[in-house]
Design a protein around this ligand. Structure first.
Ligand code: C2E
Ligand code: CA
Ligand code: CA
Length: 699
């Protein structure tokens, strides 16, 4: 390819028609430089000549017919993609401008309408565009732009004669044929809409007066169909060798075509190419609108159905993808039939569709719609006479609150669909907000709790345990509180279950044991008693599923220098059943080393009194529900029985939850040895507990 500034080299394919030679000769003469313009007799000759290289453009003056002309252009295009191809139409030859352009010609001119100067300008212009096209061919999008650009109309305005030449394409932009617009500037300006005519004329004449560079302005043209078209007018001034303005030439771009193309590419970006349905992006957009419309307008209530076609993969595998595709297209059509025109059906990808329905009264109405969808999908499909049956799994989601986002709702419906599918084919599931909220809350709590355990964000409270005989404190129960950054002290009822479920109870349990043992040892030193205060610590059976649990307890006792006899481990009745023999064996091992074992909440579980006999606990705690109901005959009998059995087996007893003087009096009468409860003291923080110890309180 030649330098950009030079004239393009041109190969002229002859047609032998009237006026052709004259135009060719003129073209050669008007070119400012001596570059090549060659002729050859036919297409084959041209291809042979082109194979040797050296040409920028081919002018097809060769008449041919519409088909042959288009084929010639395609052949040239194919073999020489960088070549500029320009069609020239002469009287007597078939008018094939449209066909040539469609086949890829860069421009078409009517010979009768152009002089050599305009032809020369058109060639320069077309070559420039072609060069750009080739340069940018790597990028599809840019190439598309340039292709549209190469569809520009061309114009040439001879300032000496005042004649205007407009290319066929120029005229087509306003809906006219080759001979329909005259050759004066007013004929041109006549097609500019009234409102814009003044400034277009003004722009052209002022560019002629002082113009350098390129004129470019957007304005509207009238179209023959009665409408208007936005166009981009570009032009540049040429000067003769003496520097006088000689002519102006340029292009006219149909912007409405570009607009349409933009709209087309927008449409493509928002729709599924197979079914033509909106895609996920457009669906989310519509859903967002529907959700905001639904706020405060119950009649606009939104329901989202997420549909998954069962067995599509199997059909693709057995009958081929083309069959799978036809099936999806049919599914799309059936979905459209079921819903109202105002509802949106989208294909989200693969075998997934979504359906946005508004104005449904309630969940039942949404389920009803889902059932209709299923019935429609379940009707047989016919493929080459064969009957195919598919089913759909459907998930339904309704916005849980005014804040529900489109993405959130889609995810909810998706989750419901996954559950539906998990339950078997062809099912419907409605998204359950409460279940979800609970799951989210659990996740959040787990995350916070994990952090708290790592940071040690807990405080220990200690509740005194009192001898009913002497009325003095004999020990404490250690009770954990979570020091939460926002919620303050959180009671164990709110997090122990989560800690159990997530396994966090294990690291937490060991920390608690360390703190409680250290505290007990300190109090034994500072507040001597006989026997020394014991410490009751609630432990989860999970702690003892670890092989090293026994060693771990011994290590903690050693570090805190607390005697094993001063430690009571409280386990619930269910520990044996929940964790089995290895855990019990480890607890028993600790027991033989002197550690006390206590059953918590005795009487609330399923364990029978016989169980007490099998596993020799050191003490049991009577659950506070029995203590609370001591006035009731049944409860009193149960407490009496427990006390009798315990004393028979030589097991210690602690009554929990003593809140009143009457309860205390009754427990004393029944001979209960130990008790704890609000009547004596609430669980206390360390300073309060120490203050109480200092008073040597007696009840
Ligand atoms: P629990 O072992 O039955 O502990 C006794 C619970 O009763 C404590 O609740 C205590 O504050 C409360 N309480 C004490 N006296 C009275 C009273 O007179 N009336 C009433 N209504 N309640 C009284 P808290 O501290 O909320 O602990 C609840 C449960 O959490 C405990 O029940 C225990 O099972 C568990 N827990 C506490 N700390 C730990 C721990 O460090 N590890 C493990 N695994 N569990 C713990
Ligand atoms: Ca307890
Ligand atoms: Ca208890």
């Amino acid at each position: 390819m030649v330098e950009r500034s030079a004239e393009p080299t041109v190969l002229w394919v002859e047609g032998g028609l009237a006026g052709e030679r004259r135009l060719f000769a003129e073209l050669a003469s008007v070119r400012p430089t001596e570059d090549r313009v060659e002729r050859c007799a036919d297409l084959d000759g041209a291809l042979a000549r082109l194979a040797r290289g050296g040409f920028d453009a081919v002018v097809l003056a060769w008449p041919g017919d519409a088909e042959g002309g288009a084929a010639a252009v395609r052949r040239l295009r194919h073999e020489h993609p960088q070549l500029t191809v320009l069609g020239l139409m002469f009287p007597g030859a078939p008018v094939l401008g449209r066909d040539l352009l469609a086949a890829g010609a860069d421009d078409c001119l009517i010979a009768a309408e152009v002089d050599a100067r305009m032809l020369s300008a058109a060639l320069r212009h077309a070559c420039e565009r072609r060069r750009l096209a080739v340069e940018l061919a790597s990028s599809e999008a840019r190439l598309a732009l340039v292709r549209r650009g190469s569809n520009d109309g061309l114009w040439h305005w001879d300032l000496a004669t005042g004649r205007v030449h407009l290319s066929l394409r120029w005229k087509q932009i306003v809906g006219c044929g080759g001979d329909e617009i005259g050759d004066r500037l007013v004929d041109w300006l006549d097609w500019v809409v009234d409102d814009d005519r003044g400034f277009v004329r003004e722009a052209l004449s002022s560019h002629v007066a002082q113009g350098d560079g390129v004129l470019a302005l957007e304005h509207r043209m009238r179209h023959r169909d009665g409408g208007e078209r936005w166009v981009l007018l570009r032009g540049a001034l040429s000067r003769d060798p003496s520097g006088r303005a000689a002519c102006m030439a340029g292009s006219l771009t149909d912007l409405s075509a570009r607009k349409r193309a933009e709209q087309q590419s927008l449409h493509d970006a928002l729709h599924d190419p197979l079914t033509g349905l909106p895609n996920r992006a457009l669906f989310l957009d519509r859903l967002t609108l529907a959700l905001s419309a639904a706020r405060g307008a119950p009649e606009a209530a939104v329901a989202l159905l997420f549909l998954d076609v069962d067995r599509l993969q199997a059909i693709n595998d057995s009958l081929g993808h083309a069959c799978g595709d036809r099936l999806l297209v049919e599914v799309a059509a059936r979905l459209r039939r079921v819903v109202r025109p105002s509802d949106t059906v989208a294909r989200l990808g693969g075998d997934e569709f979504a359906l946005l329905a508004t104005g449904l009264r309630d969940v039942a109405a949404a389920v009803h719609l889902a059932e209709k969808v299923q019935q429609e999908i379940a009707l047989p499909f016919f493929e080459k006479g064969e009957e195919i049956q598919v089913e759909a799994s459907l998930g339904i989601a309704l916005p849980g609150s005014a804040e529900t986002s489109a993405e959130g709702l889609l995810r909810d419906a998706d989750l419901a669909m996954v559950r539906a599918k998990a339950g078997g084919r062809g099912r419907i599931e409605v998204y359950d907000h409460e279940r979800h909220a609970a799951a989210v809350e659990l996740l959040r709590m787990e995350r916070e709790l994990r952090r708290a355990v790592a940071m040690g964000d807990f405080v220990m409270h200690y509740q005194p345990i009192v001898s009913l005989d002497s009325g003095a404190i004999v020990g404490f129960e250690a009770l954990t509180r979570w020091r939460h950054p926002e919620r303050g002290l959180v009671a164990p009822a709110q997090f122990i279950a989560v800690a159990e479920e997530t396994g966090l109870i294990v690291p937490l349990g060991w920390r608690v044991l360390e703190w409680a043992c250290a505290q007990a040892e300190e109090w034994q030193r500072r507040f001597p008693a006989d026997p020394p205060y014991f410490m009751s610590v609630n432990v989860s059976g999970k702690l003892f599923t670890q092989e090293s649990a026994v060693a771990q307890v011994l290590r903690i006792l050693e570090v805190s220098r607390l005697a094993p006899e001063s430690l009571r481990l409280e386990v619930t009745e269910s520990v044996a059943l929940d964790h089995g023999e290895p855990v019990m064996a480890r607890l028993r091992a600790l027991q033989t080393l002197g550690v006390q074992l206590s059953i918590d909440d005795f009487g609330t579980g399923y364990s029978s009194l016989s169980y007490l006999q099998r596993f020799r606990y050191d003490s049991l705690k009577i659950d506070r529900s029995f203590v609370r109901d001591l006035e009731v005959q049944d409860s009193r009998v149960i407490v009496e029985t427990i006390l009798a059995l315990a004393s028979h087996l030589g097991i210690g007893v602690v009554a929990e939850g003593v809140e009143t003087g009457e309860q205390l009096a009754r427990l004393r009468t029944l001979g209960c040895p130990l008790a704890q409860g609000y009547w004596f003291a609430r669980p206390l923080d360390v300073p309060d507990a120490e203050a109480l110890l200092a008073t040597q309180a007696v009840w």
